[in-house]
Design a protein around this ligand. Structure first.
Ligand SMILES: Cc1cc2nc3c(=O)[nH]c(=O)nc-3n(C[C@H](O)[C@H](O)[C@H](O)COP(=O)(O)OP(=O)(O)OC[C@H]3O[C@@H](n4cnc5c(N)ncnc54)[C@H](O)[C@@H]3O)c2cc1C
Length: 464
């Protein structure tokens, strides 16, 4: 194998414009992503600078049947970019140009390494908005977002990454380059290849160019934090808002423990320490009147005490509210670097029975669980912390904990993951919960795109 890797390295060095590294410091960095407690073993790192670099790398790795692990910014939390069984990490981080903001067609054309938040800022310069907003938006890349089908708090009103991709350029394992879709919004030509690649987690092809739909940016936003006496009341409020024709841009819930942990992490006081749950709501619109009307409707519904609503009165206050929501994962990591992070999706109406069921089932284990997430679309985060439990004991429990959570999700008509993907850490669950027909179709799809099984092996599904 060592000889094969050396030969590959020599050929890559000759053929590529890209830089190639195998020094231990670099390899160490590319051995992990943001997944808790998972480390791989990269053999080489190639920093592609162009589609041609990607094409040559894939073609040569295919020739040597050496695994290739595409990588954006490495913020994935299910091990998608971790070279679990070795291989060449193909980093797209240097392909980071916004190639065009076409204001007439309201389309941005981007390389895959563009940081999501950067596209949002750039679009805003033209009065436009790229709505998908994963909480990691300041560090994750568009290529990673497409590969994961990433979502975010604004999904309740604006949808997720899949709703904003009108075209892709991608490279197959033999090095061939395909362009599908483009600057047009509607497309019924052939099979929906963007649809197949969105959420494919780097297992089918490497994405080298992305056409992103932009929309006019709302002129104003208003953010507020509302405390509730129970999770049930908070989730019921979501239904009440939507049925009363209020369409918040964001509807996030944080259970008591989640906000307490975030406040401790930030060294801030809790605005309502007695509350059992909070909703973080953002209203947006083109005029203050429109937003104010929605606010008045919320107050008139009688479901919340107007004295307890914390409305952000300044950009600083708004930032404080958002910081608390966005830092929950960091706060969990700071308290317990080893933790189980799940992000099941259930019908909105089943959030409360689902979470209650999970809490009850987890009680005998005596572990702390933190629950928060996207109340507007039913995608809920359940993190179970190791805290002081001995590492081996916790690791032994993990399969049982996952089984409990997924079983409850399926019981309520939901699924394993809403936005973080299957990756490496959930492929066993997929094997267990998906039907044999579904699994067989996944395998045939994988083989059609990647006959030699070199592209991100051991992610989503193992080939026989
Ligand atoms: C603090 C924090 C908050 C987060 N919040 C959210 C959230 O709100 N919503 C959400 O959906 N996710 C969230 N995530 C998870 C993560 O940020 C997303 O999955 C993101 O889309 C990953 O992007 P990335 O560039 O870091 O991809 P990476 O981690 O580098 O890769 C992710 C997957 O995509 C593949 N890939 C990357 N680039 C390409 C490419 N060009 N072609 C083909 N395959 C590719 C990789 O092989 C891998 O399987 C969060 C993560 C953290 C750490």
């Amino acid at each position: 194998m060592r000889k094969k890797i050396q030969q590959l390295k020599n050929e890559l060095t000759k053929a590529l414009n890209a830089s190639i590294h195998d020094d231990p410091d670099v390899l160490e960095k590319y051995a992990v992503d943001e997944t808790s407690d998972l480390k791989g073993n990269p053999w080489l790192v190639v920093y592609a600078k162009s589609t041609q670099d990607v094409s040559i790398t894939l073609n040569l790795c295919n020739k040597y049947t050496i695994p290739v692990i595409p990588r954006g910014a490495g913020t994935g939390v299910t091990g998608g970019a971790v070279p679990v069984s070795g291989g060449v990490v193909l980093s797209l981080e240097k392909m980071n140009k916004i190639l065009e903001i076409d204001t007439e067609n309201m389309i941005a054309v981007c390389e895959p390494g563009v940081i999501t938040g950067q596209l949002q800022k750039e679009a805003l310069q033209y009065g436009l908005m790229y709505p998908p907003d994963p909480a990691s938006l300041d560090s994750c890349s568009l290529g990673g977002n497409v590969a994961e089908g990433a979502g975010g708090p604004r999904a309740v009103k604006y949808g997720t990454t899949k709703d904003y991709i009108t075209g892709l350029e991608f490279v197959l394992t033999d090095g061939s380059i395909i362009q599908y879709g483009g600057k047009f919004i509607k497309n019924a030509t052939g099979y929906n290849l963007t649809g197949i690649l969105i959420g494919s987690e780097g297992t089918l092809a490497v994405i080298t160019k992305i056409y992103c739909k932009l929309i006019p940016s709302p002129a104003h936003t208003l953010d507020m934090l509302i405390p509730f006496q129970s999770l049930h009341d908070a989730v019921q409020m979501v239904y009440t808002l939507l049925i009363n024709r209020i369409r918040p841009a964001v509807l996030e819930f944080m259970e008591e423990d989640a906000l307490t942990l975030a406040a401790q992490y930030l060294g801030q006081d809790m605005p309502h320490p007695q509350a059992r749950a909070h909703l973080l709501i953002q209203l947006d619109g083109d005029s203050y009147q429109e937003i104010d009307q929605s606010l008045q409707t919320i107050l008139s519904l009688g479901a919340v005490d107007p004295n307890t609503i914390l409305v952000a009165q300044s950009p600083e206050q708004k930032e404080r509210l958002w910081k608390a929501r966005r830092c929950i994962r960091e706060a969990i990591h700071a308290k317990s670097p080893v933790f189980l992070a799940e992000d099941c999706s259930v019908p909105r109406s089943k959030i409360v029975p689902f979470l209650t069921g999970v809490k009850q089932a987890l009680t005998p284990y005596g572990l702390q669980s933190i629950m928060f997430g996207h109340a507007g679309d039913g995608n809920v985060h359940i993190d179970v912390l190791k805290n002081d439990m001995p590492y081996d004991e916790f690791k032994q429990l993990v399969p049982a904990l996952k089984e409990i959570i997924y079983t409850e999700a399926y019981k309520f008509g939901g699924t394993i993951t809403g936005e973080h993907g299957t990756g490496f850490i959930r492929k066993d669950a997929l094997k267990k919960f998906a039907s044999s027909q579904e699994l067989s179709l996944y395998k045939r799809l994988k083989k059609a795109f990647d006959p030699n099984g070199i592209l991100n092996p051991h992610k989503i599904i193992d080939l026989d």
